[in-house]
Design a protein around this ligand. Structure first.
Ligand code: NAP
Length: 284
């Protein structure tokens, strides 16, 4: 089984971004900038932020943190958020979610400046994917899955794809991206009657249900390409994906590891989206 290295894909995307940023800076343009909005100190937010900052540093994108106490008032939160939302020096905004309940996430996703919505949280950004409008961003993880398949040379057009999970961050937008690339898509969720059968039928299988090692050999067809989006801790507290990789060895043609798979690619896609938002701002 071929193990597709997310690190390699991320390195490839990062180089492309860095070369372009360097070129624009040489032309005397300002440095692109990402603002990361975080409320409280949840470990998974901190871990994602560290990865994102490392990637931005690697490619020459400036970054700033907009941090709030967990009990920040809604007025203070939106007052500060509106400032960065309107600031011409800010190209991309990444909001680490979920926000605490009292902060009105619905207001946030409807307020975020679409031009800076580099992780596609707004209904308009998601709507663009729905109608196949290329002038928008897809959520970075969903876009990362497509980047991995393209880099690995996996043909998508005409393929049977099954996605396990239908979240707004991964499963749903990914299904739309695949449809846009002419795949035939099945999306499973917790009420799907026969997840195994739907998976076994797939030539490309994406596991994004957030269940440690849920997908094993009984779910995988011979020669399938398996992309593992999951980031979980097993009973021993060890990091693992949604796929039991050892079990599908000899059955799947290729799969992505956890760690070092989709997660590694997500931040490089984020960097490429910030670059794109910046270039759009330069043209405006
Ligand atoms: P989520 O919002 O919890 O959604 C999980 C989805 O899986 C839901 O649609 C749920 O169905 C479905 N599901 C749960 N149990 C199932 C089962 N037994 N059979 C079939 N479907 C089932 O999670 P998420 O945000 O999409 O994230 C999914 C995983 O990806 C998590 O492990 C997360 O940590 C990881 N992740 C990784 C990255 C990355 O960069 N690598 C980024 C984001 C997320 P219902 O809709 O019916 O509840």
């Amino acid at each position: 089984m071929n193990i597709i290295s997310g690190k390699e894909v991320a390195g490839h995307i990062s180089k492309r971004v860095k070369d372009r940023v360097d070129e624009l800076i040489k032309q005397g343009k300002r440095v692109p900038k990402l603002v990361i909005v975080r409320v409280g100190d949840r470990p998974d937010d901190l871990s994602y932020q560290r990865g994102a900052i490392k990637r931005m540093d690697m490619v020459g994108i400036a970054h700033e943190e907009l941090w709030f106490e967990e009990n920040v008032s809604i007025e203070t939160f939106f007052e500060k958020f509106d400032e960065i939302n309107k600031d011409d020096g800010v190209d991309g905004i990444l909001v680490l979610r979920p926000l605490p309940k009292h902060l009105d996430e619905d207001r946030l996703i409807r307020t975020i400046n679409q031009a800076k919505d580099v992780d596609a949280i707004s209904p308009s950004s998601l709507g663009k994917i729905m109608i196949g409008d290329k002038n928008g961003f897809a959520p970075c993880t969903a876009a990362g899955v497509i980047e991995i398949l393209k880099y690995a040379g996996v043909e998508i057009s005409g393929k049977k794809v099954t996605i396990v999970g239908r979240s707004n961050v991964v499963g749903r937008p990914l299904a739309l991206l695949f449809i846009g690339l002419d795949a035939t898509v099945t999306v499973c969720h917790s009420r799907t009657k026969d997840v195994k059968e739907a998976c076994k039928n797939a030539e490309i299988l994406v596991a994004s249900c957030g269940k440690a090692r849920f997908i094993n050999k009984e779910y995988v067809a011979n020669g399938a390409v398996v992309i593992d989006v999951g980031i979980n801790l097993d009973e021993e507290g060890k990091l693992c994906g949604d796929v039991d990789t050892a079990s599908i060895e000899g059955i799947a043609a290729a799969s992505t590891p956890v760690p070092g798979g989709v997660g590694a690619v997500t931040t490089s896609v984020l960097a490429s989206h910030v670059l794109c938002a910046y270039e759009n701002a330069l043209k405006a």
